[in-house]
Design a protein around this ligand. Structure first.
Ligand code: GLC
Length: 793
């Protein structure tokens, strides 16, 4: 069953049926102000911090679903009938409503009561101002009088206070409306103001939520809208809202346009922004927003025989990966902003995926991570980048909403809270960044450590590799510590196959870098380390048909042929291949086992059969319901690891089969099963051992996205930047005859056509540039164009 369609021309997903089983969300904003909104305008806006600077309130996981939001009500003043442009909260018959999720904007459309209306939400490019672009057209053959009411509910800035401490929040926030600008005043804070205004002279306003809604009513039938009368309410203290009213008289066919502006600052800021954001300026910003995404999407564009792959790579997968790099994890309908900061491993992986389209942000993320590395060589599992900024913003006054900066002694957690994988990801991310940009100088940049002192980026990387070499268990495999990539595998002093493989992969990348920098001594030292790790992995972790997942602290092997539960695991087997630890025969056998035990029509399960017996030696995974999350769900994030592994093994048809199974865009007609957005990878899809098999959960904020993008572009399509060449090494289904890739690399544009006349799955026979045979694609002056023909065979 389908609820909408991809409009790739406009780069939108159009929701034709708005009565979706769950909220389908999207993000607006590309900088400090951003927000998350669903298909019925439910959602919230924040400025910089989702924990300390919430602008609008949200009642998560609630009934009715996912509100309140940024709503526009329309009222027919003749009949008294009223509706919302975004269908909810009023909820008139659904066939009159649509939603278009675009890149950093959402548009709601209605055609109820012969009034065509739309409401577009997006954030201005240069200022922390959210714009609501509202348009109406009278499609009836008689003059109409329509009153337009905006509505949003302001939040106390600090979410925790807003949800728990009403004796504070209700008496420390006030509102007023002056010269058409509503001001929300967070009285305890020096600069705690929000404004809400419009580009027209309002006919009425309400700043008090309870006045707008009325007693014993909800957003579905607010008194102000039902009666058509604003009460010009405001007060010091209470719950505040932003309602501005405008009554329009529309002749048949006549159109009207209204802008609402929600932003940082008080009355004066509101007035200034009102002057600045005219309709022409709003149009300009909307065009600039499109251009912002044009530039990113142009960095890599493909045309292949697989429409699902094209839709993902050309639009949605890159978009989702960028959103992860920009905003990390804590603004969504799942994580609703009670936490902030960066998760070490997730951020390190995110930063590896889009250095071509967002090099500055990736670089600054890498620096943030390097600063959160301890001299011991492990990363701080969850941290706030500002803790380690050389110059911190001073807050010269005390207020309950001050953002606390804990003492260094509290920030730097000990080894007992370290995750064995966290910092290992960073090594490959840094190397990947250099491969993309050629920014070798970055290696010599001096960066502080979290617990004091400083060193070059290069030295930081060595400490990470040395840490993993030291922290090994009885069998020589890396200890699992608090967790490895799998949060629920808590091996402590037991050993994690995945971490040793990850160590080997990081070593491989680092050695390549050291060689390129001509630091031969280091290259030799770490080659010896890599040889040891590889040898130990092969000796200890191979189980005859696949690789085990680890060894508990009391010496039990996890994921063996004898196991009845948790027999085969995806992490260890895919990484055995990616790291180069597995020889070819082992790699083929291991990935065949992955396919045999873990493959489903919706992707690969993380492990199977799911655990049903609690085993604290293995970890929390054995306490998770079978088929959910880490216990046998189709955890999306590691699925691309299998595509990479299959590509390394040269099995293009298998790799694409696995790709297609997980591909959100290819599940657009299975929404009765999937339920969630088909334009976003979800953290997991419920596995076979659960009644809801196939149901996807937790969209957008997941490392699956970056990995899917990276694996598909660098391994399936095989465009891999290296220090001095752009490698082309596709691995595709045998029946792919031809595909094209346009890639911008270090400022030059590569237009690559790949031909596969012999129907092979891997292997490049020749590369021609402008008719001339060549060995490789080399860096070119910025602005130049290189037309290459790659012949597989
Ligand atoms: C979640 C976490 C991530 C972890 C994964 C597996 O996605 O954000 O850090 O690796 O779960 O447990």
């Amino acid at each position: 069953m389908q609820y909408g369609h991809f409009d790739n021309e406009k780069r939108e997903y159009v929701i034709d049926r708005v009565d979706l089983p769950v909220s389908w969300t999207n993000y607006i904003g590309t900088g400090d102000m951003y927000g998350v909104f669903n298909h019925t305008a439910g959602g919230y806006l924040i400025y910089k911090s989702s924990e300390y600077h919430r602008i609008t309130r949200f009642r998560p996981n609630g009934v009715p679903m996912d509100g309140p939001g940024h709503y526009v009500y329309l009222r027919d003043d003749e009949s008294g009938d009223f509706w919302s442009v975004s269908w909810q909260p009023v909820g008139k018959p659904k066939e009159h409503f649509r939603c278009r999720h675009g890149l950093s904007y959402v548009r709601y459309e209605s055609d109820y009561s012969d009034i065509a209306a739309s409401q577009t939400l997006f954030v201005a490019m240069d200022d922390p101002v959210e714009l609501w672009d509202v348009r109406l057209r009278n499609d009836s053959d008689r003059p109409r009088t329509i009153s337009v009411f905006s509505y949003l509910e302001f939040s106390f800035h600090q979410v925790d206070m807003d949800n728990r401490n009403f004796q504070m929040s209700l008496y420390a926030a006030g509102s007023r409306c002056v010269d058409g600008v509503i001001e929300h005043d967070l009285y305890y804070e020096q600069y705690g103001y929000q404004f809400f205004t419009s580009d027209f002279d309002a006919d009425g306003f309400d700043c008090l939520r309870d006045t707008f809604i009325g007693p014993y009513r909800t957003e579905r039938n607010p008194l102000t809208v039902e009666s058509g009368q604003c009460r010009r309410s405001f007060e010091k203290g209470g719950n505040h809202c932003g309602c501005l009213k405008k009554t329009l008289h529309l002749a048949p066919g006549e159109e009207a346009r209204l802008l609402f502006l929600l932003g940082e600052g008080g009355i004066e800021a509101g007035k200034a922004m009102r002057r600045k954001y005219t309709q022409a300026r709003a149009d300009e910003d909307f065009r600039r927003l499109a251009a912002f995404w044009d530039a990113k999407l142009a960095c890599l564009h493909i045309a292949t025989p697989n429409p699902g792959l094209d839709t993902e790579i050309n639009i949605w997968n890159l978009y989702q990966s960028e959103i992860n790099v920009m905003f990390s994890r804590f603004t969504s309908f799942i994580e609703v902003g009670g936490r902030v900061g960066l998760g070490y491993r997730d951020t390190a992986q995110d930063a590896m995926m889009v250095p071509h389209s967002n090099p500055q942000k990736c670089r600054s993320r890498l620096v943030e991570l390097l600063r959160a590395l301890t001299t011991t060589g492990y990363g701080l599992h969850l941290f706030e980048p500002r803790w380690f900024e050389p110059v911190q913003e001073k807050q010269g006054f005390k207020s309950p909403t001050v953002v606390p900066v804990p003492d260094k002694s509290q920030i730097v957690h000990g080894l007992k809270d370290a995750c064995a994988d966290d910092a290992l990801w960073l090594v490959s991310s840094v190397v990947q960044y250099v491969r993309e940009t050629g920014d070798f100088d970055f290696m010599d940049e001096v960066v502080t450590y979290a617990d004091g002192g400083a060193g070059t980026v290069y030295e930081h990387l060595k400490r990470i590799l040395d840490f993993s070499a030291r922290e090994i268990g009885q069998n020589g495999i890396c200890k699992g510590l608090r967790a490895d990539w799998n949060d629920c595998l808590n091996l402590g002093g037991g050993e994690s196959a995945m971490v040793s493989f990850l160590h080997l992969w990081a070593l491989g990348n680092f050695i390549a870098l050291a060689e390129r920098l001509d630091r031969q001594e280091d290259a030799a030292k770490y080659r010896r380390m890599a040889d040891r790790v590889r040898e130990t992995c092969r000796r200890v972790l191979w189980d005859g048909k696949w690789f085990i997942r680890g060894i508990t602290a009391d010496g039990r092997r996890i994921g063996t042929q004898q196991d009845e539960e948790g027999r085969v695991h995806m992490e260890s087997n895919t990484w055995a291949v990616i790291s180069g630890a597995a020889d070819r025969a082992q790699g083929l056998a291991a990935m065949d086992s992955v396919y045999e035990y873990l493959f489903t029509p919706y992707g690969l399960m993380l492990n199977a059969p799911s655990y049903t017996k609690v085993d604290d030696g293995i970890g929390f995974v054995t306490r998770v319901y079978p088929g959910l999350k880490e216990n046998g769900a189709i955890f999306s994030h590691p699925n691309p690891w299998a595509w990479v592994a299959e590509s390394i093994l040269g099995r293009g048809s298998r790799a694409m089969e696995l790709y297609n199974a997980l591909c959100p865009a290819l599940q657009n007609d299975k929404i009765e099963i999937r339920e969630s957005e088909p334009y976003s990878y979800c953290q997991f899809v419920v596995g076979r051992d659960h009644t809801a098999f196939g149901r996807a959960r937790h969209p957008f904020m997941t490392g699956s996205s970056g990995w899917a993008y990276y694996a598909a572009t660098q391994y399936l399509l095989g465009v891999r930047p290296d220090f001095d060449v752009l490698r082309i090494d596709p691995c595709v289904p045998a029946d792919w005859k031809e595909f094209t890739i346009k890639r911008i690399w270090r400022g030059a544009r590569y237009e690559i056509t790949v031909l596969n006349p012999d129907g092979v799955e891997k292997g490049v026979r020749s590369i021609r540039v402008d008719g001339q045979e060549t060995d490789a694609l080399l860096p070119l002056p910025a602005g130049s164009v290189c037309r290459a023909e790659v012949l597989m065979g």
